[in-house]
Each structure stands twice: as C-alpha cells, then as structure tokens.
Design a protein around this ligand. Sequence first.
Ligand code: ZN
Length: 47
Amino acid sequence: MVNRCKKCNVPLEGLGYKIIARPLFGVRPGKNKNVCNKCENKTRGKK
Ligand SMILES: [Zn+2]
C-alpha cells in the first residue's frame, strides 16, 4: 500500500508521487513520514 499524507491524502511514494505530487504540487515527505512537507509546515505554524 502506498504511503499517503494523513492530512491531505497526497501520495508520498510510488507513481502518484513521482508523476503528480512532486512535479505538480512540490510535495515531499516531511520529517514525519505520515505527512507531507506542506502539512508539516502548516502544523508547525499553528500555536
Ligand atoms: Zn499533506
């Protein structure tokens, strides 16, 4: 099963990641592999 961001459900590996998420949205896996870098930044911005 493909690892996906738990918040926005974007694929973090596999074809969906390589051909869609990374080139089109600039998404990469965050430090926490359960979420992408974008959601990780949002979470970090919250107080
Ligand atoms: Zn995300």
